[in-house]
Design a protein around this ligand. Structure first.
Ligand code: FAD
Length: 410
């Protein structure tokens, strides 16, 4: 089958690119080895950052500059005003909150406004606070950063392009034919269900497979050490909890980032990241859950955590290597031969990555309309389960805490 482009990896990056190239008239197919969004995207917190979190050092960092246009673009896509049309993506919240611990002097308030971000924080009155933040000490600010359900976002985009998304078995069902390192002439796929073979002959190949990019690059004779992984150990807490989306900041650090959702049994689930998840990589799950409970007791004094069930999951952020292991300032794109490798660095930057790769791509080679007949019977991948919906997930209660929660008036 002749194609303009083959994309590997159906997370945020690959699917946004699939939409972009399809609309640009490319004959393009996306190959997924697991479930769509299975690496980072479905495990992410789904915050459409506007960069304010990245200005807490008081500087307009490069991260903040590349992110600042994104909330408006996503908002328009979620409303169906622009393409891709994301009207079937579930919005968890219209905004996030930023609050502080009592150990640092207020710098959250109007910081965004001072340094010219598109997204500005706005200090709110005590009666406007969400229930979870009722008793926190100091300023609470509202950020117009939306929070999406990443699994529904992946399903929304994938449903629009089902005819060109294929499931593959990388270990047993994928072979590249190379002209030279980084020059893919064709690839041979073996169907994971019936062993049928399919030859694809693309003009270009794009790797947007997150952590899978390293192995794919090796398979086409390119270096794998251009990628870095930054591990996280995230915490889940479920029970009768008030809805909450936001960051508790302590100086330039984000002490915890909490987003919430409702599970199939009507319980609220907190997904807890931030510094806790960075430091938690050294801890075993139960020890980390203990630390998380102490953190929540300290940063959200009004919460009753006595009946909460806990769980954790480990996930690596996969990004272009920066040399010192720090988070890249923006997207990362590498081109060699007819192979392009991309990492968006943040979910919210997937549109910028798609734009960058599309702008470097040659014009569509094939002028006839895309005909999916040769791949009509090929197996299709599912969308990955949200971390708290995974079938083998283990939950536990913590023994009663010895420490007395510190309660303060707002
Ligand atoms: C815990 C956590 C929270 C986060 N929260 C946020 C947030 O709130 N906001 C934000 O903007 N960003 C957030 N991020 C970052 C964001 O999730 C990632 O930058 C983004 O999702 C990366 O998308 P991706 O498509 O490059 O990779 P992935 O989502 O990892 O997708 C890669 C896809 O490729 C597939 N694949 C792997 N190997 C192969 C192969 N050999 N062949 C074919 N397919 C393959 C995988 O199965 C997967 O479907 C978070 C990240 C983490 C880990």
């Amino acid at each position: 089958m002749r194609l303009d482009t083959v994309i590997f990896g159906g997370g945020a990056a690959g699917l946004w690119l699939l939409d972009r190239l399809s609309r640009d008239g490319h004959h393009v197919v996306l190959l997924e080895s697991n479930a769509l969004g299975a690496g980072q995207t479905v495990a992410s917190q789904g915050i459409i950052h506007g960069g304010l979190k990245y200005t807490l050092s008081g500087l307009l960092t490069r991260s903040a500059i590349s992110i600042r246009e994104m909330p408006i673009l996503w908002r328009d896509a979620l409303l169906g005003r622009i393409t891709p049309n994301l009207t079937r993506t579930r919005l968890r919240s219209e905004c996030c909150y930023l609050w502080q611990t009592d150990t640092f002097s207020s710098r959250v308030g109007m910081l965004g406004a001072r340094i010219g971000l598109q997204v500005k924080s706005e200090a709110i009155e005590a009666e406007e606070r969400p229930a979870a933040l009722a008793n926190v000490y100091g300023t609470v600010a509202r950020l117009p950063e939306q929070v999406i359900c990443p699994a529904s976002f992946i399903a929304d985009l994938a449903d629009q392009y089902r005819d060109r998304i294929l499931k593959i078995d990388v270990a047993k069902g994928l072979k590249f034919r190379l002209g030279s390192p980084g020059e893919v002439e064709s690839l041979i796929l073996k169907s994971p269900t019936d062993g049928a073979e399919l030859e694809l002959r693309p003009g270009q190949v794009v790797f947007t497979a997150g952590a899978g990019n390293a192995r794919l690059r090796e398979m086409v004779g390119l270096s794998a050490d251009v990628m870095q992984r930054r591990p996280l150990h995230m915490v889940l807490a479920r029970g009768i909890l008030p809805e909450l989306h936001g960051h508790c900041v302590d100086g330039a650090r984000t002490r915890v980032t909490i987003t919430s959702d409702i599970d199939d049994d009507g319980r609220t689930v907190y997904q807890i990241g931030g510094q806790l998840a960075e430091d938690g990589t050294k801890l075993e799950p139960r020890a980390l859950a203990e630390v998380a409970r102490a953190e929540l007791t300290s940063v959200l004094p009004s919460l009753d955590l006595s009946q909460v069930e806990w769980s954790t999951y480990r996930v690596d952020r996969a990004e272009g290597a920066t040399g010192n292991g720090a988070r890249p300032d923006s997207i990362q794109v590498l081109c060699a031969g007819n192979v392009t490798t991309g990492w968006p660095t943040k979910l919210v930057l997937a549109p910028i990555l798609a734009q960058e790769i599309a702008s470097r791509a040659s014009s569509p080679y094939i002028s006839a309309a895309f005909d999916p007949t040769p791949i009509a019977e090929w197996p299709r991948p599912e969308v990955a389960a949200l971390p708290w919906q995974e079938q083998d997930r283990v939950w536990w209660r913590l023994p009663e805490s010895q420490s007395t929660p510190i309660r303060r008036a707002a």
